[in-house]
Write a protein that binds this ligand. Sequence first.
Ligand code: SME
Length: 158
Amino acid sequence: MSEDLQIAKGSKEEQYLNLLPQIKGLLHGEDDLVANLANICAALKEQFGFFWVGFYLIKNEELVLGPFQGPVACTRIKKGRGVCGAAWERSEILVVPDVEKFPGHIACSSISKSEIVLPIRKNNEVVGVLDVDSELLNHFDQTDAEYLEKIIELIQWP
Ligand code: SME
């Protein structure tokens, strides 16, 4: 397998459509969770240049920072806290166009302006979240939600 990512230009949807099979290829035949989460972050960062993209994994009833790309971030988030904790508690995708308007938003960086968080489920239980931050307001929409969900569906959770 080639480890070079082919970067696409074009619409957001075209970029996701180009990226999805490549992520599938990166994960194929590899069952190490950290390795796979790390490569997903790198691929998303490389294609889209997101300010921050990473995973938080539930450990002892807390979200704990996992593989990510971007500036250093807070390591632990409690259930219901911030956008990540809310996405976990509600078990739903949260698209936040302006983080300053989200009650309880945890500002790991003042540069981050909008955010999308997707819960990751195994056997109907949330086991972690994917968090993507942008330095632009209103960056994320249904297209991101749809394709990021397809990406996290590729993860084999141990
Ligand atoms: N903003 C998130 C915290 C994680 S960082 O953005 C990396 C939140 O409110 O949950």
